[in-house]
Write a protein that binds this ligand. Structure first.
Ligand SMILES: N[C@@H](CCC[C@H](N)C(=O)O)C(=O)O
Length: 301
């Protein structure tokens, strides 16, 4: 197998994260970069590449076929890829980190703006420390089951633009004890395109919020991550529904920090820190790795 992924041109990149959910950011305003699943997976490889949960390609909406229809509503499209080289419709932390990058790179002024995603156009607001992103209201649409180490968890199926299964766990020790080193089993019939599986436990009451929960997540296409913004929105919506509420403010503690979710009548606001930690160049020719998962997907395509 050849390891040549692109021609020899070095790629500019930035690295950023939101509560530990980390991304390689590739500026490509005109959409000229021949980004492939193999290149994405090689960049995200934590030993042989830069290492990340996913890739955010920064491309003008008008320059990308998946986003050209949004060009009148948003200048920029977040072309999101999971670490395994698959696309996802939405990435809440990704939008926040993407927004931080646009501002720091001088591509946007800050304040309030819109960003196009595969799940539609979202609003994003840059504050001094935190960035807030208005995702669509989570839609709870029935129950399904996840299994971890043969134990069965009945959870709520939630659509936040991307699919989630939110499973309740009795308490924080039980949450901490879960083995998420491999994917929880789930129903392919219920989630034919895969699912992000969240586990959530109640946490001590906090001032200033209606509810406080802790969560862990096994993300489709990325494995266990330190945070998942759309997952936190799904968890908050389920916690509020369990409390008999359809709106409210929820603190969601993830392994990488704290996200605050405000569910109002129209949107689900995801708030938390987002930082750019490095910029540099990467030599795609040096990303000469064997990627069996990507190879088998490409062979099947
Ligand atoms: N970490 C993200 C979600 C990324 C996409 C997800 N893995 C999927 O395949 O749907 C977030 O912050 O929302």
């Amino acid at each position: 197998m050849t390891g040549v992924l692109l021609d020899d041109a070095a790629l500019d990149y930035a690295k950023g994260h939101g509560t530990g959910n980390d991304f390689v950011i590739l500026p490509d305003p005109q959409g000229r970069l021949p980004l492939t699943p193999r290149l994405v997976a090689a960049l995200c490889d934590r030993r042989r590449g830069i290492g990340a949960d996913g890739v955010l390609r920064v491309v003008r909406a008008e320059a990308h076929p998946d986003a050209a229809r949004y060009a009148g509503e948003a200048e920029w499209f977040m072309d999101y890829w999971n670490a395994d080289g698959t696309h996802a419709e939405m990435c809440g932390n990704g939008v926040r980190v993407y927004t931080r990058y646009l501002v720091e790179a001088g591509l946007a002024a800050g304040g309030e703006m819109t960003v196009a995603t595969r799940a539609g156009v979202v609003r994003t607001v840059v504050g001094p420390d935190e960035i807030a992103t208005g995702l669509s209201k989570p839609r709870l649409y029935g129950q399904s089951v996840a299994r971890v180490e043969a134990r069965r968890y009945v959870g709520e199926s939630v659509d936040v633009g991307n699919p989630h299964l939110v499973c309740r766990v009795a308490d924080i020790p039980a949450l901490a004890a879960l083995d998420l080193s491999t994917s929880p089993e789930f129903s392919d019939a219920d989630f034919p395109a895969g699912v992000n599986v969240e586990f959530s436990a109640p946490a001590v009451p906090l001032p200033g919020v209606d509810l406080h929960v802790r969560m862990r997540v096994y993300e489709r296409g990325s494995g266990e991550t330190l945070s998942c913004g759309s997952g936190a929105c799904a968890v908050a919506a389920v916690a509020l529904a369990d409390a008999g509420l359809s709106t409210g403010r929820v603190a969601v503690d993830v392994p990488g920090g704290r996200l605050t979710i405000v569910l109002d009548e129209e949107a689900c606001w995801l708030m938390g820190p987002a930082v750019i930690v490095a910029t540099g160049t990467v030599d795609p020719g040096a990303l000469d790795v064997r990627l069996p998962d990507v190879d088998s997907r490409e062979a099947a395509a």
